[in-house]
Design a protein around this ligand. Structure first.
Ligand code: CA
Length: 597
């Protein structure tokens, strides 16, 4: 991240040093990453989930591995979640906050971001992705150009479940495009069920990888199931209502959805069988998770979590997940601590003995020893999700706590240990005992948000001009730092009133509200805007991160009834500071970042 969090970076480095002596892992295991699409938290058996869903093969792996009860993806819908997964970095930091539109054949995820597939490929892994890509269609952005030796599937965000049949869903018929094999078309036959097609491709990949050479493989099974359109095989639907399951469904969406999940589960058995047949089952790490929460209007269930795909409630970005690796990862355990999909990048790289380029920024952390030892990988560290709409939905998870806002300035705080469903009846945001931790969490998210850049692409690409312009104008008008009329950044609006930190000896009472801009500060002159007319003399004190006074200014000159300017001392170096503004008996404080680069 651009924001220097020196202590956490130092802690990371120290951890890497001490972890390396903790345990010697079997080096360079095969890795299979199974990612489902829009699958709900309740829609796997191993999460004590729904009573009408059958995932016996996933459950078998999960119950013989570690189940993650608090696993988070970085965004509550497909594209940004996948961009975060592949880069190990929050997508907001490299302009991938929005989905790539299926009509967009111009843009992709910034190629300066090295995907972990490239890191594994450079470590002699045979790498393959089967299924959904959704990270860029133009030359330079496709799977074979981003670390995958083999690709079979679609570049777009979804597909019909029967090949070469009539268009159904997607933009401009994108869901009906022919599948691709590497840089060409797959020439698949008509009417194949693509979940089974993908499974069979995965089995072939495993067999080929094993017969070609002795190098390990990385296989990314990127199933688009159970994303819409809800198209299930009749045989799977019948299986679920027959012995041994004997489920009944009152909702046909749910029946179709459950059957689509079941088809993935059948596929997982075939993948496992292929590993066993090749003698590689014990030497393969299998990681399973969903790319975001489920759509309850399309058959999914996220219970007991509140919210759905697209939300920053738990149901939007907390997902089912497990890791399975015989004799390496403990069997039959639940890992209860918070993990992020960002963690897979450095974890996989470490297990592969691979080198992450020194210039690559990674927000996740290598969690393998934490998983083995069942210890918390991020004590006192927050996990974030921000989904930009007209306002900015934010979710912050730290320890047991979850802070949430729709972006309107009202914050909620839930203790997920006692209130996993985020009931507002148990909102702790106004409980004095939680003020400091809530302020800290929100300020963490605020500081993180200052590292975001403008989106490189919008999900409205290819829509009719009125729609597209409206969607992009919403960003420009409300959130863009390039809009000269935005004297207040979206960060200041979203995090208003909480952009402070408690520092011993500094009063931070928000007796008057106001803004400091721009922030990060690149110039020596700061504007300070109050939300009310100020008649008293205005004074300012600048503190460094240790609470030491580095500058005091008295009687700042007002440029209007509620705006004044502060000229920063040129002696103040780049870093994090706090500015306390006092006017009469009122004051407010803001965290600022000085970055003159
Ligand atoms: Ca998705």
């Amino acid at each position: 991240m651009k924001t220097p969090n020196y202590l956490s970076k130092l802690a990371c480095m120290l951890c890497l040093v001490c972890f390396s002596s903790l345990k010697n892992f079997a080096q360079s295991p095969n890795i299979i990453l199974i990612l489902t699409d829009d699958m709900g938290y309740a829609d796997v058996g191993f999460n004590n989930g729904a009573s009408d869903i059958a995932t016996p093969n996933l459950d078998n792996l999960a119950n013989n591995g570690a189940i993650f009860s608090s696993a988070y993806v970085v965004h509550p819908f497909c594209g940004p979640s996948r961009a975060g997964l592949m880069t190990g970095r929050y997508p907001h930091e490299f302009g991938a906050q929005f989905n790539l539109s299926d009509s967009d054949i111009t843009n992709g995820v910034d190629t300066n971001e090295t995907f972990f597939s490239t890191v594994l490929q450079n470590a002699n892994y045979n790498t393959g992705i089967i299924g959904k890509w959704h990270l860029g269609q133009p030359d330079g952005y496709r799977p074979n150009q981003r670390g995958f030796d083999y690709f079979y599937g679609m570049l777009t965000g979804g597909h019909n479940y029967y090949t070469k049949t009539s268009a159904n869903g997607g933009i401009n018929g994108a869901y009906n495009r022919d599948l691709r094999r590497n840089e060409g078309l797959a020439n698949e036959s008509t009417g194949e069920y693509i979940t089974d097609l993908f499974t069979d491709e995965g089995v072939t990949f495993i067999n080929n990888a094993e017969s070609n050479d002795s190098d390990p493989f990385f296989l990314f099974m990127s199933y688009n199931a159970p994303h819409t359109p809800l198209q299930a095989l009749d045989s799977d639907k019948i299986a679920l209502t027959s012995a041994p399951f004997n489920y009944t469904y009152t909702d046909n969406n749910r029946h179709n959805y459950a059957a689509m999940v079941y088809s993935v589960d059948r596929g997982v058995k075939k993948l496992v069988d292929a590993l066993v047949a090749n003698g590689e089952f014990d030497n393969t790490l299998i990681v399973f998770l969903s790319d975001n929460g489920g759509r309850t209007d399309r058959g999914a269930l996220n219970t007991p979590l509140r919210g759905v795909k697209g939300d920053t409630f738990e149901g939007g970005f907390r997902v089912p997940m497990f890791m399975h690796w015989p004799n390496q990862i403990p069997a039959g355990v639940t890992y209860p601590y918070n993990v992020s999909a960002l963690d897979l990048y450095p974890t996989f790289a470490s297990l592969a003995g691979a080198t992450i380029p020194s210039s690559k920024e990674v927000d996740g952390k290598n969690i393998i020893n934490n998983v083995i030892n069942n210890t918390d990988a991020r004590t006192d560290e927050s996990i974030y999700s921000i989904r930009h709409r007209r306002i900015n939905n934010v979710g912050i998870r730290r320890g047991n706590l979850k802070a949430f806002t729709t972006g309107n300035g009202t914050w909620f705080l839930y203790d997920l240990n006692t209130n996993i469903s985020e009931s507002n009846a148990q909102n702790l945001a106004n409980n004095p005992a939680y003020q400091d931790i809530l302020n800290e969490m929100i300020n963490d998210a605020y500081q993180w948000s200052l590292t975001h850049i403008e989106p490189i692409f919008f999900d409205s690409y290819g829509f009719p001009p009125a729609v597209r312009n409206s969607a992009e104008a919403t960003w420009f008008n409300n959130n863009s730092s390039n809009n000269p009329s935005n004297t207040v950044s979206w960060q200041e609006r979203t995090f208003d009133g909480f952009t402070t930190l408690s520092i011993e000896g500094i009063e931070i009472n928000q007796q008057v509200s106001g803004y400091i801009y721009p922030n990060p500060v690149s110039d020596i002159s700061l504007s300070i805007k109050f939300n009310e007319t100020i008649t008293d003399e205005i004074n300012a004190v600048v503190y460094d991160a240790l609470g030491r006074t580095v500058q005091m200014e008295k009687n700042l000159l007002k440029t209007s009834a509620n705006i004044t300017a502060l000229k920063l001392s040129s002696n103040i170096t780049n870093g994090n500071y706090f500015v306390k503004i006092t006017a009469g008996n009122k004051s407010f404080s803001k965290a600022i970042i000085i970055d003159r680069n």
